[in-house]
Design a binder for this molecule. Structure first.
Ligand SMILES: Cc1cc2nc3c(=O)[nH]c(=O)nc-3n(C[C@H](O)[C@H](O)[C@H](O)COP(=O)(O)O)c2cc1C
Ligand code: SF4
Length: 402
């Protein structure tokens, strides 16, 4: 199946330093339409009709989140674009920001109009500090055209660069970081649409989610929802890496098969398994590659990492757990202690010093962490362990009896 380019439609075809090249391809027509002939409620209705769901990993219905933010009382409201992109193997937000910053800006202004916010932040991971000048330049050019404006009031977009924590991609930790504190997740509820940044209603969306908005407004929610599967509408952008001949960023209609993405587009051969969704994603073994990519099956925020038959599963899993042990913020015990204990057990098994009952403890610890960790990091950290034990227990056994 060929790619379907909605979010990537301008990439490589416009000059990110030239807003006129964006305007020449229909840029800002959606915003003009919104401002001239749609009420905020009508914009939200269109987004709801599209069926768009959050592309940051959680898959929460975007229109519903916008509606909740719009309906929450507050003398001020904020928008945050999540450009933290900390997931292992993730590089699609960076790719689209580099090539088409204008679609993001247009999506953010439309979101501001819909929910009643005049201030927005783009939160970039520290490694993306190099994008600041490009984004500042793009914001300035849009402002010069008089397009950074909602009903005569300026719409401000500020950039913030994080200090390097994976957990700061979690929306409440991100708000802590934006408020100048250590990036640790907050207890939820309250959720950001009712009480977010500085206690005000806040809309937080991923880069790709917001970049879908101009297309949806310009073409209509119904056209968007005609693509995909019953629960997964539109397209998805993936960053494919690992043992492939053609690593890169691809956009496919949701419901396309994993095999099409990794074998036909990225030219992977001799596959052992694919990690869909990065370190906190799910492992798909080679014999299940016909699975479709959707919220109903397997998806995540976009990273797709391919491992060929030369790779050792236990080796890959302990390195992944080492990442989680390092990135755990330490606020809650199941994650702080659990990631460390799992890593130590996995290293022991990888070194040939494991015993059979280690496998049982890994399973028990995984269940406890998934049930009791307070945020998505600790809840998802056991996925590589659970999935690899399910599909590759023979490799663990081989290490133990070696
Ligand atoms: C540990 C952790 C890391 C996350 N990192 C990111 C990230 O880098 N980018 C992102 O968009 N969402 C990330 N999320 C999801 C956000 O918390 C949030 O759901 C998302 O930004 C909402 O936007 P969306 O509805 O457009 O997906 C992360 C969640 C967790 C638990
Ligand atoms: S699950 Fe981990 S990252 Fe999340 S709050 Fe607990 S310790 Fe911090």
């Amino acid at each position: 199946m060929p790619q379907k380019l909605l979010v990537l439609r301008n990439c490589g075809l416009i000059d990110p330093h030239d807003v006129d090249s964006y305007l020449a391809r229909g840029g800002f027509e959606a915003l003009r339409r919104v401002q001239s002939s749609m009420t905020p409620a009508q914009v939200i209705e269109e987004v709801k009709r599209s069926g768009l769901r959050g592309r940051g990993g959680g898959g929460f219905p975007t229109g519903l989140k916008w509606e909740q933010t719009a309906q929450s009382p507050g003398e001020r409201k904020y928008i945050i674009c999540n450009a933290s992109e900390g997931e292992v193997g993730a590089f699609k937000d960076r790719y689209i920001l580099e090539r088409d910053p204008f679609s993001l800006i247009e999506g953010m202004v439309i979101a501001g109009y819909a929910v009643g916010a005049h201030q927005a932040y783009v939160y970039l991971r520290s490694e993306y500090a190099y994008l600041v000048s490009l984004l500042m330049d793009a914001i300035g050019r849009v402002e010069q055209k008089g397009l950074l404006d909602i009903a005569g009031h300026p719409f401000e977009i500020e950039l913030r660069v994080g200090a390097g924590g994976y957990v700061c991609g979690e929306e409440t930790a991100m708000m802590e970081s934006l408020e100048g504190r250590r990036g640790e997740p907050r207890v939820r509820p309250p959720f950001p649409p009712s009480q977010g940044l500085l206690g005000f209603p806040t809309l937080i969306n991923n880069v790709e989610t917001l970049m879908n908005i101009p297309w949806i407004v310009a073409n209509g929610g119904d056209r968007f929802s005609a693509m995909g599967t019953p629960q997964s509408k539109g397209t998805k952008v993936f960053s494919v890496s690992g043992d492939v001949k053609r690593p890169g960023v691809y956009e496919l209609e949701l419901g396309s098969s994993l095999r099409e993405l990794v074998e036909e587009l990225a030219l992977a051969r001799d596959i052992k398994m694919v990690q869909v969704g990065g370190a906190s994603g799910r492992i798909v073994p080679a014999d299940k590659m016909d699975v479709s990519l959707s919220y109903e099956t397997v998806l995540g925020p976009g990273p797709v990492i391919v491992f060929d038959r030369s790779r050792d599963v236990v080796d890959m899993v302990w390195r992944t757990m080492e990442f989680f042990a390092e990135e755990s913020c330490g606020k809650c015990a199941p994650c702080r202690e659990g990631t460390q204990a799992m890593m130590e057990t996995l290293v022991r098994i990888a070194d040939g010093k494991g015993v059979r009952k280690d496998l049982k403890s890994l399973e028990e610890l995984s269940n406890a962490m998934m049930l009791t960790s307070s945020c998505g990091l600790g809840q998802a950290a056991p996925f590589p362990v659970v999935d690899s034990l399910r599909y590759f227990s023979h490799e663990y056994e081989a290490h133990i009896s070696a």
